[in-house]
Design a protein around this ligand. Structure first.
Ligand code: MRU
Length: 358
């Protein structure tokens, strides 16, 4: 378990000089851990979604840099730093949307640039990767406190929340972003039930979120992705709470495909909509969500399940796996540095200028 993490699940561990990842493709049926010694295997694990979720991808990439540097340095003690650029580039190519990946690679580059002559680069890089990991857990706990305070400030009776995709310990260094807020709000009696949608086509909701919340004994109801509107109309939902893969300077949010649908539904039904994400998820270089690269994955996720065919042969498939929710549909973005209500350029800029709370 990661230090400082109060819940049972962790997905990324550095042990015995190797990176260990809980294979999220096998959950919830099996808990399989994969051991990584080579950066190429780390790249493939990110691409194939052994590990997924924006902060978790960033943390994994940081440990991947440690493995890459160790191997390059063993091969050639003089040219390793130049050779390492290829590995950084390979990691950067693994998935395009979650900006935490690029943020973590930048942090590792900075650590490399700061190396003093008498320092062991591998020791320093590992220290930096562990720091990225540790600070992500701390950020999640801070978001849990701040997000639940926002929920409490509306002082409505405890009701259900809808969450989408998986934003918990599996998607982060531990505790979770949106699931961190949900965990914290549940402990304080501010919500009475979590409705987790399946999150097609990869089933992060049913396979991961339902599993994680069940492990922590938080009441969770699984539903199809299309049920949210009905629940909102029945008056059973006070908040939709989701994570993010990239937030632009104006407060637009890229997150798992289907997030935008929920935001539109929430606006129509007068349900509040919260995004929880660490500041490592912000991309201040992009002015709006229109500029965010949206990953498209192959047709296999839709046309078949295991060996069972679900669609005609040769059918055309469109499978974007993220969408963009415009800032005007969002009531609050919760970060470890503070909360931006009704996000816009001014609010996001003020937030990003603040010092970290930890
Ligand atoms: O394709 P995935 O499973 O990596 O997508 C994950 C999400 O969209 C999460 O909602 C997001 O990364 C926030 S996780 C804390």
């Amino acid at each position: 378990m990661v230090p400082g993490q109060e819940n049972s699940v962790s997905a990324i561990e550095w042990r015995d000089d190797a990176l260990w990842l809980l294979d999220q493709r096998a959950l919830p049926v099996q808990e399989v851990w994969l051991e990584h010694h080579e950066v190429a295997a780390v790249v493939e694990s990110i691409r194939a979604m052994v590990v997924r979720g924006a902060p978790a991808i960033g943390i994994t990439a940081a440990y991947g840099v440690v493995l890459a540097a160790r191997n390059r340095r063993n091969q050639d003690a003089y040219t390793w730093r130049a050779q390492l650029e290829q590995d950084l580039e390979a990691l950067a190519q693994s998935r395009p949307t979650a900006v935490n990946l690029f943020w973590a690679l930048d942090q590792m580059r900075l650590a490399l640039d700061k190396l003093a002559d008498n320092e062991d680069p591998i020791v320093q890089l590992l220290r930096e990767a562990k720091k990225i990991h540790r600070l992500d857990v701390a950020a999640n706990h801070a978001m849990g406190r701040l997000g639940s305070a926002v929920i409490a400030s509306y002082s409505t009776p405890a009701k259900g929340v809808i969450t989408h995709c998986n934003t918990g310990s599996l998607a982060t260094g531990g505790y979770g972003t949106a699931l961190g807020v949900i965990r914290s709000a549940w402990q304080q009696g501010l919500i009475d039930r979590v409705f987790a949608d399946e999150t097609r086509p990869w089933w992060q909701g049913s396979r991961l979120t339902a599993w994680e919340l069940s492990q922590d004994k938080i009441p969770v109801t699984l539903m199809a992705d299309t049920v949210g509107a009905t629940l909102m109309r029945q008056g059973r939902i006070s908040w939709v709470i989701v994570g993010a893969d990239r937030i632009t300077a104006n407060g637009d949010v890229a997150n798992k495909i289907g997030t935008y649908n929920l935001a539109v539904l929430a606006k129509h039904h007068g349900v509040r909509f919260m995004v929880a994400a660490p500041t490592s998820t912000f991309d201040m270089m992009l002015s709006s969500g229109e500029d965010i690269p949206i990953e498209e994955r192959g047709p296999d996720e839709l046309v078949a399940f295991k060996n069972h065919r679900l669609a005609p042969d040769n059918i055309d498939v469109y499978n974007p796996v993220f969408d963009v929710t415009p800032a005007e549909l969002i009531d609050a973005i919760v970060t470890e540095k503070g909360v931006v209500e009704s996000p816009n350029l001014a609010g996001v800029s003020r937030l990003m200028e603040k010092q970290s709370l930890h």
